[in-house]
Design a protein around this ligand. Structure first.
Ligand code: ZN
Length: 456
């Protein structure tokens, strides 16, 4: 990495669009200068510049099975749980080399579409089922290596996965690889911490109320170093809510909030099934709701109560989770469209200050994603990472656009990829829509996929 400057004719700053913005960064990849109305020169210039988006929820290995579960079973009852059966088969077989190849492909897909950072919710701890034990953190290290190779920022979240249902049920045969306890997760956090730098952070993640007890979660939250993010799957499926009610008499979010002080450190992923009081409690806590609209649609999860959550001042970000999609445009578009279809209204994701849906969605998801990542991201501002996107000003979708229209055109005008160049941590990783390693990464991905699918 080396220091650099970019002169943006128009740049999306935290307070909105500004003109002739000089953005400078140091050789550590940190923004040092944001000067509006600059009249001098810069190392490069661009028309439309926006902050890179944070993908706050990813299971990288699931990139390999995206699109492979789209045939209806003869029983006609396809749901999350039938999808999970194939996911377990992939999870049981994928090797460290294959995971690194799949993650690299995913990260290039993400970068090309405008994600500049990822939070990896990582539960593939052990070795391939039936083979000799690897070091517990080896799989996580391979994901980190893939991120470094591709130049995407990463927050690694080793997952606590201790049981297979409410009340501490034993792990099933397909879940052995996920096995972990508070001490083993903390050991992974400790081991991975030697890799921490501007591009890499380590937090932790109790998988869900199904897979870890409240006591274990509290112990993990207490022992994790201060300021590190904590993520959890909270209420993705109605069946999960029903099981939690049957076990504890409480819904998942209420059970969690009763036991643990949930604050800004936390990201609650798939807060899909909340009642009105839970929605208000989540908003008031300062925690981030981790929304993954393409996966939640693909798995038939349900719709998040976005309008009341925004009305209560709630914070949210987006993730591509199972990687049925890998574009922030798709996630944000589906987030808004789901609400429109449900409410038979338009322009849902706005607040009292920002009435433009595209601008509101991008800025809100930046704020929530940055908080959930535990890294200084999400804004073109001094002290933040130099993560930004240059949109393709020559594309017909942006013809004759005013700054006030750009985010609406970016998110709601078709499926061409308008991301032309991507800077991450002060390094140009996508130029003219291409990553320097994309052909080599794609050929490794093809080989890994052929092996993986042969073994299924
Ligand atoms: Zn997930």
């Amino acid at each position: 990495m080396s220091a650099g400057t970019l002169l943006a004719r128009h740049a999306l700053l935290p307070a909105g669009w500004a003109g002739d913005v000089l953005i400078g960064w140091d050789d550590g990849g940190v923004i040092t200068t944001v000067e509006v109305g600059h009249s001098g020169a810069a190392m490069s210039t661009a028309q439309w510049v926006i902050p890179g988006m944070i993908n706050l929820h990813s299971h990288a290995f699931q990139r390999a099975m995206a699109g492979l579960t789209e045939t209806a079973a003869t029983t006609g009852d396809d749901n999350f749980w039938s999808w999970r059966a194939l996911m377990y088969r992939f999870a049981g077989r994928i090797t460290a080399d294959q995971l690194q190849a799949v993650a690299a492909q995913l990260f290039i897909d993400c970068l090309r579409h405008g994600f500049t950072a990822v939070c990896e919710f990582h539960y593939l701890h052990g070795s391939v089922v039936g083979s000799a034990a690897a070091r517990p953190a080896e799989m996580a290290e391979r994901v980190a290596l893939a991120a470094r190779e591709c130049g995407i920022g990463l927050t690694m979240l080793p997952v606590l996965y201790a049981c297979s249902g409410f009340g501490g049920q034993a792990l099933g045969p397909h879940q052995q690889r996920f096995r972990s306890d508070v001490d083993s997760v903390l050991a992974m956090v400790d081991g991975l911490s030697s890799l921490r730098d501007g591009q890499f952070e380590v937090g932790a993640a109790p998988h869900s109320l199904r897979a870890a007890s409240l006591d274990q979660m509290a112990a993990l939250a207490t022992a994790l170093p201060a300021g590190r993010p904590l993520h959890i799957h909270i209420a993705e499926q109605q069946a999960e809510v029903d099981a939690c009610l049957a076990y504890s008499g409480r819904r998942p979010l209420s059970a969690l909030f009763d036991a643990i002080a949930i604050d800004e450190r936390w990201c609650l992923v798939h807060a899909t099934h909340l009642d009105t009081a839970e929605c208000a409690a989540l908003a008031a806590s300062g925690a981030v709701a981790g929304l993954c609209p393409s996966t939640e649609a693909n798995l038939g999860d349900g719709l998040f109560a976005l309008a009341p959550f925004i009305g209560a001042g709630g914070r949210f970000g987006i993730g591509s989770d199972s990687h049925a999609g890998h574009s922030p445009v798709e996630e944000l578009r589906w987030l808004e469209y789901g609400q429109r279809l449900q409410r038979q209204r338009r322009a849902i994701a706005v607040d009292g200050r920002e009435r433009r849906v595209g601008d509101y969605l991008w800025q809100a998801a930046l704020r929530g994603g940055a908080q959930a990542s535990g890294r200084p991201l999400g804004a073109l501002a001094p002290g933040r990472r130099a993560d930004l996107l240059v949109l393709d000003a020559s594309h017909p979708h942006l013809a004759d656009a005013a700054a006030s229209e750009v985010m609406g055109l970016f998110l709601f005008a078709g499926n061409d990829n308008l991301v032309r160049d991507v800077l991450v941590g002060g390094r140009w990783v996508i130029e003219g829509g291409r990553h320097a390693a994309q052909d080599q990464v794609a050929s490794r991905y093809r080989a890994a996929l052929a092996q993986l699918r042969e073994d299924l």
